[in-house]
Design a protein around this ligand. Sequence first.
Ligand code: CTP
Length: 400
Amino acid sequence: MIRGKRILLIISGGIAAYKALDLIRRLRERGVLVRCIMTRSATEFVTPLAVGALAGERAYVDLFSLSDESEIGHIRLAREADLVVVAPATANLLARMATGLADDLASTVLLATDRPILVAPAMNVQMWLHPATRANVATLAARGVSMVGPNEGPMAEAETGPGRMAEPLEIVAAIEAKLGCGPLEGRTALVTSGPTHEPIDPVRYIANRSSGKQGHAIAAALARLGARTVLVTGPTAEPVPPGVTAVPVETARDMLAACQAALPVDIVVCAAAVADWRVGDRAEQKLKKGGEGPPQLTLVENPDILATLSAPSPHRPALVVGFAAETEKVLEHAAAKRARKGCDWILANDVSPGTGTFGGDTNTVHLVTAEGSETWPTMSKRDVGDRLARRIADHFGSAQ
Ligand code: CTP
Protein backbone atom coordinates (compact mmCIF):
# COMPACT_ATOMS: atom_id res chain seq x y z
CA MET A 1 0.00 0.00 0.00
CA ILE A 2 1.33 3.36 -0.97
CA ARG A 3 -1.04 5.03 1.55
CA GLY A 4 0.87 6.58 4.42
CA LYS A 5 4.25 6.56 2.63
CA ARG A 6 6.35 9.73 2.81
CA ILE A 7 7.69 11.20 -0.41
CA LEU A 8 10.20 14.04 -0.54
CA LEU A 9 9.54 15.64 -3.94
CA ILE A 10 12.31 17.81 -5.36
CA ILE A 11 11.13 20.09 -8.16
CA SER A 12 13.80 21.60 -10.38
CA GLY A 13 13.39 24.37 -12.90
CA GLY A 14 11.94 23.35 -16.23
CA ILE A 15 8.64 23.89 -17.96
CA ALA A 16 7.61 20.37 -16.85
CA ALA A 17 7.48 21.73 -13.29
CA TYR A 18 3.80 22.43 -13.93
CA LYS A 19 3.24 18.64 -14.11
CA ALA A 20 4.70 18.34 -10.60
CA LEU A 21 1.52 20.03 -9.33
CA ASP A 22 -0.57 17.23 -10.82
CA LEU A 23 1.88 14.65 -9.42
CA ILE A 24 1.42 16.09 -5.90
CA ARG A 25 -2.37 15.93 -6.34
CA ARG A 26 -2.24 12.28 -7.55
CA LEU A 27 -0.03 11.29 -4.63
CA ARG A 28 -2.20 13.07 -2.05
CA GLU A 29 -5.31 11.35 -3.50
CA ARG A 30 -3.58 8.05 -2.72
CA GLY A 31 -2.93 9.03 0.87
CA VAL A 32 0.78 9.77 0.37
CA LEU A 33 2.44 12.39 2.56
CA VAL A 34 4.28 14.77 0.23
CA ARG A 35 6.92 17.24 1.33
CA CYS A 36 8.40 19.49 -1.38
CA ILE A 37 11.70 21.20 -2.06
CA MET A 38 11.98 23.58 -5.00
CA THR A 39 15.12 24.88 -6.67
CA ARG A 40 15.29 28.66 -7.18
CA SER A 41 14.68 28.23 -10.91
CA ALA A 42 11.65 25.99 -10.25
CA THR A 43 10.03 28.97 -8.53
CA GLU A 44 10.17 30.80 -11.89
CA PHE A 45 7.80 28.17 -13.34
CA VAL A 46 5.44 27.40 -10.43
CA THR A 47 5.06 29.25 -7.16
CA PRO A 48 5.97 27.82 -3.74
CA LEU A 49 2.48 28.91 -2.71
CA ALA A 50 0.80 26.61 -5.27
CA VAL A 51 3.14 23.71 -4.42
CA GLY A 52 2.61 24.21 -0.69
CA ALA A 53 -1.17 24.47 -1.06
CA LEU A 54 -1.38 21.17 -2.96
CA ALA A 55 1.10 19.38 -0.69
CA GLY A 56 -0.62 20.64 2.45
CA GLU A 57 2.73 21.81 3.82
CA ARG A 58 4.95 24.74 2.88
CA ALA A 59 7.51 24.16 0.12
CA TYR A 60 11.18 24.50 1.10
CA VAL A 61 13.46 26.57 -1.14
CA ASP A 62 16.40 28.05 0.78
CA LEU A 63 19.32 26.25 2.35
CA PHE A 64 20.13 29.16 4.61
CA SER A 65 16.63 30.07 5.68
CA LEU A 66 16.81 30.19 9.48
CA SER A 67 13.23 29.13 9.92
CA ASP A 68 13.78 26.02 7.75
CA GLU A 69 16.82 25.07 9.79
CA SER A 70 15.16 25.65 13.13
CA GLU A 71 11.91 23.93 12.12
CA ILE A 72 13.35 20.89 10.43
CA GLY A 73 16.92 21.15 9.11
CA HIS A 74 18.20 19.82 5.83
CA ILE A 75 19.51 16.56 7.27
CA ARG A 76 16.08 15.68 8.68
CA LEU A 77 14.49 16.67 5.36
CA ALA A 78 16.89 14.29 3.64
CA ARG A 79 16.27 11.36 5.95
CA GLU A 80 12.58 11.46 6.87
CA ALA A 81 11.16 10.24 3.55
CA ASP A 82 10.57 6.69 2.33
CA LEU A 83 11.61 7.83 -1.14
CA VAL A 84 13.12 10.95 -2.69
CA VAL A 85 11.58 11.81 -6.06
CA VAL A 86 13.11 14.41 -8.38
CA ALA A 87 10.49 15.59 -10.89
CA PRO A 88 11.27 17.27 -13.14
CA ALA A 89 15.01 16.53 -13.00
CA THR A 90 16.81 19.00 -15.26
CA ALA A 91 20.14 18.27 -16.97
CA ASN A 92 21.71 20.74 -14.54
CA LEU A 93 20.39 18.99 -11.44
CA LEU A 94 21.39 15.54 -12.80
CA ALA A 95 24.91 16.91 -13.38
CA ARG A 96 25.06 18.34 -9.86
CA MET A 97 23.83 15.02 -8.43
CA ALA A 98 26.41 13.06 -10.45
CA THR A 99 29.29 15.27 -9.31
CA GLY A 100 28.10 15.54 -5.72
CA LEU A 101 27.65 19.30 -5.61
CA ALA A 102 25.78 20.76 -2.66
CA ASP A 103 25.21 24.39 -3.61
CA ASP A 104 21.51 24.77 -2.79
CA LEU A 105 18.90 23.05 -0.64
CA ALA A 106 17.87 20.51 -3.32
CA SER A 107 21.42 19.34 -4.15
CA THR A 108 22.46 19.35 -0.47
CA VAL A 109 19.52 17.15 0.47
CA LEU A 110 20.27 14.82 -2.47
CA LEU A 111 23.85 14.47 -1.24
CA ALA A 112 22.83 14.01 2.39
CA THR A 113 20.04 11.52 1.89
CA ASP A 114 20.36 7.81 2.62
CA ARG A 115 16.91 7.13 1.13
CA PRO A 116 16.26 5.59 -2.33
CA ILE A 117 16.02 8.12 -5.15
CA LEU A 118 13.80 8.15 -8.25
CA VAL A 119 14.33 10.79 -10.94
CA ALA A 120 12.04 11.86 -13.77
CA PRO A 121 14.31 13.70 -16.23
CA ALA A 122 12.90 16.48 -18.42
CA MET A 123 14.98 18.47 -20.86
CA ASN A 124 15.59 19.37 -24.46
CA VAL A 125 16.33 16.37 -26.73
CA GLN A 126 19.90 17.46 -27.51
CA MET A 127 20.62 18.02 -23.82
CA TRP A 128 19.33 14.50 -23.02
CA LEU A 129 21.42 12.96 -25.83
CA HIS A 130 24.59 14.95 -25.01
CA PRO A 131 27.48 12.70 -23.92
CA ALA A 132 27.78 14.67 -20.67
CA THR A 133 24.16 13.87 -19.72
CA ARG A 134 24.55 10.25 -20.87
CA ALA A 135 27.59 9.92 -18.59
CA ASN A 136 25.78 11.57 -15.67
CA VAL A 137 22.76 9.27 -16.11
CA ALA A 138 25.05 6.21 -16.23
CA THR A 139 26.83 7.36 -13.05
CA LEU A 140 23.55 7.84 -11.22
CA ALA A 141 22.16 4.50 -12.44
CA ALA A 142 25.32 2.73 -11.25
CA ARG A 143 24.70 4.29 -7.82
CA GLY A 144 21.21 2.78 -7.72
CA VAL A 145 19.24 5.89 -8.65
CA SER A 146 16.10 4.80 -10.56
CA MET A 147 14.72 6.64 -13.53
CA VAL A 148 11.26 7.00 -15.02
CA GLY A 149 11.17 8.39 -18.57
CA PRO A 150 11.92 10.62 -20.29
CA ASN A 151 9.32 9.93 -22.95
CA GLU A 152 9.44 10.73 -26.62
CA GLY A 153 7.10 13.29 -28.07
CA PRO A 154 6.65 16.94 -28.97
CA MET A 155 8.43 19.30 -26.63
CA ALA A 156 8.10 22.92 -25.68
CA GLU A 157 10.77 23.99 -28.23
CA ALA A 158 8.89 22.26 -31.11
CA GLU A 159 11.51 19.50 -31.29
CA THR A 160 10.63 15.84 -30.91
CA GLY A 161 12.57 12.98 -29.35
CA PRO A 162 13.33 11.74 -25.85
CA GLY A 163 13.20 14.49 -23.24
CA ARG A 164 9.56 14.91 -22.18
CA MET A 165 8.99 14.22 -18.50
CA ALA A 166 7.02 11.02 -17.79
CA GLU A 167 3.34 11.65 -17.11
CA PRO A 168 2.31 12.01 -13.44
CA LEU A 169 0.55 8.61 -13.40
CA GLU A 170 3.64 6.93 -14.84
CA ILE A 171 5.67 8.53 -12.07
CA VAL A 172 3.13 7.29 -9.49
CA ALA A 173 3.50 3.74 -10.93
CA ALA A 174 7.30 4.03 -10.75
CA ILE A 175 7.02 5.23 -7.13
CA GLU A 176 4.79 2.26 -6.29
CA ALA A 177 7.27 -0.11 -7.93
CA LYS A 178 10.25 1.46 -6.18
CA LEU A 179 8.46 1.19 -2.84
CA GLY A 180 7.27 -2.35 -3.67
CA CYS A 181 3.63 -1.26 -3.40
CA GLY A 182 1.82 -3.08 -6.22
CA PRO A 183 -0.84 -5.80 -6.23
CA LEU A 184 1.95 -8.40 -5.86
CA GLU A 185 3.36 -6.72 -2.75
CA GLY A 186 4.27 -9.41 -0.23
CA ARG A 187 4.63 -12.06 -2.97
CA THR A 188 7.90 -13.60 -4.07
CA ALA A 189 8.75 -14.53 -7.64
CA LEU A 190 11.49 -16.48 -9.39
CA VAL A 191 12.12 -16.02 -13.13
CA THR A 192 14.58 -17.90 -15.33
CA SER A 193 15.87 -16.13 -18.43
CA GLY A 194 18.41 -16.31 -21.24
CA PRO A 195 20.22 -19.29 -22.70
CA THR A 196 22.47 -21.71 -20.89
CA HIS A 197 26.03 -22.39 -21.99
CA GLU A 198 27.14 -26.00 -21.80
CA PRO A 199 30.93 -26.36 -21.99
CA ILE A 200 32.59 -28.71 -24.48
CA ASP A 201 36.10 -27.83 -23.33
CA PRO A 202 37.55 -24.80 -21.51
CA VAL A 203 37.00 -22.50 -24.53
CA ARG A 204 33.96 -23.89 -26.40
CA TYR A 205 30.35 -24.39 -25.44
CA ILE A 206 26.92 -25.35 -26.77
CA ALA A 207 24.43 -22.46 -26.64
CA ASN A 208 21.27 -21.17 -28.31
CA ARG A 209 19.95 -17.88 -29.67
CA SER A 210 17.91 -16.79 -26.65
CA SER A 211 18.47 -13.06 -25.91
CA GLY A 212 16.87 -13.08 -22.45
CA LYS A 213 14.67 -10.13 -23.47
CA GLN A 214 11.37 -11.87 -22.64
CA GLY A 215 12.47 -13.35 -19.32
CA HIS A 216 14.04 -10.06 -18.19
CA ALA A 217 10.86 -8.16 -19.21
CA ILE A 218 8.76 -10.56 -17.11
CA ALA A 219 11.02 -10.14 -14.09
CA ALA A 220 10.85 -6.34 -14.51
CA ALA A 221 7.04 -6.43 -14.75
CA LEU A 222 6.64 -8.63 -11.66
CA ALA A 223 8.93 -6.31 -9.69
CA ARG A 224 6.95 -3.27 -10.90
CA LEU A 225 3.83 -4.84 -9.41
CA GLY A 226 5.61 -5.26 -6.11
CA ALA A 227 6.79 -8.89 -6.16
CA ARG A 228 10.17 -9.54 -4.54
CA THR A 229 11.76 -10.97 -7.68
CA VAL A 230 14.85 -13.14 -8.21
CA LEU A 231 16.05 -13.47 -11.80
CA VAL A 232 18.23 -16.51 -12.47
CA THR A 233 19.78 -15.69 -15.80
CA GLY A 234 22.10 -17.37 -18.27
CA PRO A 235 24.62 -15.22 -20.15
CA THR A 236 22.83 -12.29 -21.88
CA ALA A 237 23.49 -8.69 -22.84
CA GLU A 238 20.26 -7.54 -21.14
CA PRO A 239 20.66 -5.16 -18.20
CA VAL A 240 19.34 -6.29 -14.82
CA PRO A 241 15.91 -4.61 -14.40
CA PRO A 242 15.54 -2.15 -11.51
CA GLY A 243 14.40 -3.69 -8.26
CA VAL A 244 15.24 -7.25 -9.35
CA THR A 245 17.88 -9.46 -7.72
CA ALA A 246 19.86 -11.20 -10.47
CA VAL A 247 21.73 -14.47 -10.05
CA PRO A 248 23.96 -15.05 -13.10
CA VAL A 249 24.58 -18.68 -14.10
CA GLU A 250 26.10 -20.52 -17.07
CA THR A 251 24.88 -24.09 -17.25
CA ALA A 252 21.49 -25.80 -16.83
CA ARG A 253 22.70 -27.51 -13.68
CA ASP A 254 23.87 -24.17 -12.20
CA MET A 255 20.48 -22.71 -13.13
CA LEU A 256 18.60 -25.49 -11.34
CA ALA A 257 20.78 -25.12 -8.23
CA ALA A 258 20.25 -21.33 -8.18
CA CYS A 259 16.48 -21.79 -8.56
CA GLN A 260 16.34 -24.32 -5.75
CA ALA A 261 18.34 -21.96 -3.55
CA ALA A 262 15.73 -19.21 -4.19
CA LEU A 263 12.83 -21.38 -2.93
CA PRO A 264 10.30 -21.09 -1.41
CA VAL A 265 8.56 -18.59 -3.69
CA ASP A 266 4.92 -17.96 -4.65
CA ILE A 267 5.44 -17.55 -8.39
CA VAL A 268 7.83 -19.21 -10.85
CA VAL A 269 8.15 -18.22 -14.50
CA CYS A 270 10.58 -20.36 -16.51
CA ALA A 271 11.43 -18.31 -19.58
CA ALA A 272 14.99 -19.55 -20.03
CA ALA A 273 15.93 -21.47 -23.16
CA VAL A 274 17.69 -24.20 -21.22
CA ALA A 275 19.98 -26.45 -23.26
CA ASP A 276 18.39 -29.90 -23.26
CA TRP A 277 21.79 -31.57 -23.51
CA ARG A 278 25.25 -31.12 -22.12
CA VAL A 279 28.51 -32.77 -23.07
CA GLY A 280 28.94 -35.69 -20.71
CA ASP A 281 32.69 -36.08 -21.06
CA ARG A 282 33.65 -32.40 -21.11
CA ALA A 283 37.37 -32.07 -21.90
CA GLU A 284 39.60 -30.57 -19.20
CA GLN A 285 41.98 -29.16 -21.84
CA LYS A 286 41.22 -27.48 -25.15
CA LEU A 287 40.40 -30.08 -27.80
CA LYS A 288 43.08 -30.13 -30.50
CA LYS A 289 42.88 -31.04 -34.16
CA GLY A 290 44.89 -34.22 -34.39
CA GLY A 291 45.38 -37.29 -36.39
CA GLU A 292 42.39 -39.09 -34.89
CA GLY A 293 39.68 -37.16 -36.74
CA PRO A 294 36.90 -35.03 -35.19
CA PRO A 295 36.17 -35.55 -31.48
CA GLN A 296 33.14 -37.64 -30.58
CA LEU A 297 30.90 -35.72 -28.16
CA THR A 298 28.60 -37.76 -25.94
CA LEU A 299 25.53 -35.78 -24.92
CA VAL A 300 23.78 -36.28 -21.59
CA GLU A 301 20.28 -34.94 -20.83
CA ASN A 302 20.12 -31.88 -18.59
CA PRO A 303 17.71 -31.67 -15.65
CA ASP A 304 14.35 -30.14 -16.55
CA ILE A 305 14.09 -27.09 -14.29
CA LEU A 306 10.44 -26.36 -15.03
CA ALA A 307 9.38 -29.97 -14.38
CA THR A 308 11.49 -30.13 -11.21
CA LEU A 309 9.95 -26.92 -9.78
CA SER A 310 6.43 -28.06 -10.80
CA ALA A 311 6.67 -31.46 -9.11
CA PRO A 312 4.30 -31.93 -6.15
CA SER A 313 6.00 -31.07 -2.87
CA PRO A 314 5.03 -29.28 0.33
CA HIS A 315 6.92 -26.20 -0.95
CA ARG A 316 5.65 -26.26 -4.53
CA PRO A 317 5.17 -22.64 -5.67
CA ALA A 318 1.49 -21.66 -5.87
CA LEU A 319 1.79 -20.79 -9.57
CA VAL A 320 4.33 -22.20 -12.02
CA VAL A 321 4.41 -20.79 -15.54
CA GLY A 322 6.46 -22.30 -18.37
CA PHE A 323 7.11 -21.37 -21.97
CA ALA A 324 6.74 -23.61 -24.97
CA ALA A 325 8.99 -22.73 -27.87
CA GLU A 326 7.43 -24.51 -30.84
CA THR A 327 7.87 -24.45 -34.59
CA GLU A 328 4.62 -26.27 -35.53
CA LYS A 329 1.24 -27.29 -34.00
CA VAL A 330 1.92 -24.64 -31.34
CA LEU A 331 -1.24 -25.03 -29.20
CA GLU A 332 -1.33 -28.82 -29.38
CA HIS A 333 2.32 -29.18 -28.38
CA ALA A 334 1.95 -26.54 -25.66
CA ALA A 335 -1.02 -28.31 -24.04
CA ALA A 336 0.89 -31.59 -24.10
CA LYS A 337 3.96 -29.85 -22.61
CA ARG A 338 1.86 -28.34 -19.80
CA ALA A 339 0.60 -31.78 -18.83
CA ARG A 340 4.00 -33.44 -19.20
CA LYS A 341 5.89 -30.87 -17.11
CA GLY A 342 3.16 -30.43 -14.49
CA CYS A 343 3.18 -26.61 -14.60
CA ASP A 344 0.01 -24.52 -14.21
CA TRP A 345 0.24 -22.22 -17.22
CA ILE A 346 2.20 -22.32 -20.44
CA LEU A 347 2.94 -19.33 -22.65
CA ALA A 348 3.36 -20.83 -26.09
CA ASN A 349 5.18 -19.05 -28.87
CA ASP A 350 6.12 -19.85 -32.42
CA VAL A 351 9.89 -19.62 -32.76
CA SER A 352 10.11 -20.73 -36.40
CA PRO A 353 12.68 -18.84 -38.45
CA GLY A 354 10.94 -15.79 -39.90
CA THR A 355 8.79 -15.04 -36.82
CA GLY A 356 11.66 -13.00 -35.34
CA THR A 357 10.79 -14.20 -31.82
CA PHE A 358 14.33 -15.26 -30.92
CA GLY A 359 16.33 -12.09 -30.36
CA GLY A 360 13.50 -9.84 -31.59
CA ASP A 361 11.55 -7.24 -29.61
CA THR A 362 8.03 -8.56 -30.20
CA ASN A 363 6.30 -11.79 -29.36
CA THR A 364 3.00 -13.48 -30.23
CA VAL A 365 1.95 -15.80 -27.43
CA HIS A 366 -0.91 -18.05 -26.47
CA LEU A 367 -1.70 -18.58 -22.81
CA VAL A 368 -2.59 -22.21 -22.13
CA THR A 369 -4.16 -23.01 -18.75
CA ALA A 370 -6.26 -25.86 -17.33
CA GLU A 371 -9.34 -23.94 -18.55
CA GLY A 372 -8.24 -23.65 -22.18
CA SER A 373 -6.18 -21.25 -24.26
CA GLU A 374 -6.25 -17.62 -25.33
CA THR A 375 -4.24 -15.87 -28.01
CA TRP A 376 -2.70 -12.50 -27.21
CA PRO A 377 -2.11 -10.01 -30.00
CA THR A 378 1.46 -9.50 -31.20
CA MET A 379 3.05 -7.04 -28.78
CA SER A 380 6.42 -5.96 -27.46
CA LYS A 381 8.16 -8.32 -25.07
CA ARG A 382 7.81 -5.62 -22.42
CA ASP A 383 4.02 -5.63 -22.95
CA VAL A 384 3.93 -9.44 -22.79
CA GLY A 385 5.74 -9.15 -19.45
CA ASP A 386 3.25 -6.55 -18.18
CA ARG A 387 0.22 -8.55 -19.34
CA LEU A 388 1.52 -11.75 -17.76
CA ALA A 389 2.33 -9.96 -14.49
CA ARG A 390 -1.18 -8.41 -14.42
CA ARG A 391 -2.68 -11.82 -15.14
CA ILE A 392 -0.68 -13.33 -12.29
CA ALA A 393 -1.78 -10.50 -9.95
CA ASP A 394 -5.43 -11.12 -10.95
CA HIS A 395 -4.95 -14.84 -10.30
CA PHE A 396 -3.73 -14.18 -6.77
CA GLY A 397 -6.37 -11.47 -6.26
CA SER A 398 -9.22 -13.82 -7.16
CA ALA A 399 -7.66 -16.73 -5.24
CA GLN A 400 -7.78 -14.73 -1.95
N1 CTP B 1 12.85 -25.93 -19.51
C1 CTP B 1 13.52 -26.11 -18.33
N2 CTP B 1 14.57 -26.97 -18.25
C2 CTP B 1 14.96 -27.67 -19.32
C3 CTP B 1 14.28 -27.50 -20.56
C4 CTP B 1 13.24 -26.63 -20.62
O1 CTP B 1 13.17 -25.46 -17.34
N3 CTP B 1 15.99 -28.49 -19.22
C5 CTP B 1 11.69 -25.07 -19.55
C6 CTP B 1 11.83 -23.81 -20.37
O2 CTP B 1 12.30 -22.73 -19.59
C7 CTP B 1 10.39 -23.57 -20.82
C8 CTP B 1 9.83 -24.98 -20.92
O3 CTP B 1 10.66 -25.81 -20.14
O4 CTP B 1 9.65 -22.90 -19.83
C9 CTP B 1 9.72 -25.57 -22.28
O5 CTP B 1 10.90 -25.40 -23.01
P1 CTP B 1 10.98 -25.91 -24.51
O6 CTP B 1 12.36 -25.66 -25.04
O7 CTP B 1 9.81 -25.40 -25.28
O8 CTP B 1 10.69 -27.44 -24.33
P2 CTP B 1 11.60 -28.65 -24.07
O9 CTP B 1 11.39 -29.12 -22.68
O10 CTP B 1 12.99 -28.38 -24.46
O11 CTP B 1 10.90 -29.71 -25.04
P3 CTP B 1 11.08 -29.94 -26.62
O12 CTP B 1 12.48 -29.51 -26.95
O13 CTP B 1 10.83 -31.37 -26.75
O14 CTP B 1 10.03 -29.10 -27.27
